[in-house]
Write a protein that binds this ligand. Structure first.
Ligand code: ZN
Length: 375
């Protein structure tokens, strides 16, 4: 990961390059920004640049021995800590990031734009709450207390640092009295999720969400020649989501929403069950995307009902046709109820509820929202 691999954010990149080159990089930094905004990618690009032995004006050289390691995520002086899940035959309090390092590297090589949910699934533990435990904090202190391997900086990146909890206070001494060659980068969505004692001692850098042009630039570089408009709507600045949209077919989602509403409206097992089967047969990512799409769709739908103005809504012409087909059946109040229901569905799906049962129940519930009295 190098600065050039991240689209846009030029101001922040230049700021980091100048801080490094003027030897002014703070010893404790906090990167905050929404999910998918590239905080981790930026932290890695900065760490790699810091280690490069032949720094160029635009970023790392890519050819020195440090770059050879850092670009493969195996630089011995760049350390990662992240929330960990369960490991069989190991006590939860003994599991630390080192146990998952191989999986972590594999995932970073695939993409650095990973969500917490992606990471939980990669660890094979999608449903439980991961953590960064006391043993991890001790390990961080131990590693940073060691001599550097390569005569440069020791960099510690803590991803999803909100999982530190109170144990994070063990790191305060490190933040307050850092050794000259130690750099700590703490990553979280916002400051409010972290211990005040840590936030107040870090210099904060805000990483803004990506705009549509930056998403396009990245996906084009990844080999997607034409990015469907829906991708931008669904991603809403989250690069991880945008990448997933490219991997899955989202073109038919608006038809599926329409069919879902029809099946619910008919309130008959012959239409409800096959449709629930179809939804349950999607992959987990597709199901999430479909529900996120449905939320996006009904939010735009509500905007349309409020404004009656086609130009105000972020939907394609085909989707606007679907809106017009639904306006006679779904008023503002019903659309709001649907939104609440579907939002709950995303939460439930990520907690390993049977998709088939959930979609069957939902279709029945949608039916009673659409037609409150027996038809
Ligand atoms: Zn280099």
């Amino acid at each position: 990961m190098r600065f050039a691999d991240i689209p846009g954010k030029q101001e922040l990149k230049t700021q980091f390059i100048n801080l490094v080159n003027n030897d002014k990089l703070p010893h404790a930094m906090l990167f905050v920004g929404p999910e998918g905004s590239g905080k981790l990618a930026m932290a890695i690009a900065l760490a790699n640049y810091l280690q490069c032995q032949d720094k160029q004006p635009e970023g790392l050289c890519g050819n020195c021995s440090a770059c050879a390691k850092s670009l493969k995520y195996i630089h011995p002086d760049i350390h990662f800590a992240f929330p960990c899940g369960k490991i069989e035959k190991k006590k939860r309090e003994d599991v630390i990031s080192a146990d998952f390092l191989k999986t972590w590297r594999q995932h970073l090589i695939k993409t650095p734009y990973l969500s917490l949910q992606d990471w939980k699934e990669a660890m094979g533990d999608a449903s439980s709450v991961p953590n960064i435990n006391v043993k991890e904090c001790k390990d961080i202190l131990r590693k940073l207390g060691l001599q550097t391997f390569e005569d440069g900086y020791k960099v510690q990146i803590i991803w999803q640092a909100q999982f530190l909890g109170k144990d994070g206070n063990r790191l305060l001494k490190l933040i307050e009295e850092p050794t000259p060659d130690t750099i700590l980068i703490v990553i979280a969505e916002n400051e409010g999720m972290l211990l005040n004692t840590i936030v107040s001692r870090c210099q904060i850098f805000k990483v803004k969400k990506f705009n549509d042009a930056e998403i396009k630039e990245y996906l084009n570089a990844q080999g997607t020649a034409v990015v469907p408009e829906q991708t931008y709507f669904l991603a809403n600045g989250d690069m991880g989501k945008a990448i997933k949209c490219q991997n899955e077919s989202i073109a038919e989602f608006s038809d599926m929403v329409l069919n879902w509403m029809r099946a619910a409206w008919q309130k008959h097992p012959d239409t409800i069950l096959p449709f629930s089967d179809q939804l349950a047969g999607l992959s987990r990512d597709q199901r999430n995307q479909f529900l996120e799409y449905t939320i996006h769709f009904f939010r735009q739908y509500l905007i349309y009902l409020y404004t009656k103005d086609h130009s105000k809504i972020r939907l394609s012409d085909k989707e606007k046709d679907v809106v017009l087909k639904l306006v006679n059946f779904i008023d503002m109040d019903k659309a709001r109820q649907l939104l609440i229901l579907v939002e709950k569905g995303i939460f439930l799906l990520n907690r390993n509820i049977s998709a088939k049962i959930m979609f069957t129940n939902y279709t029945i519930e949608i039916g009673s929202i659409l037609k409150p009295t027996a038809a």
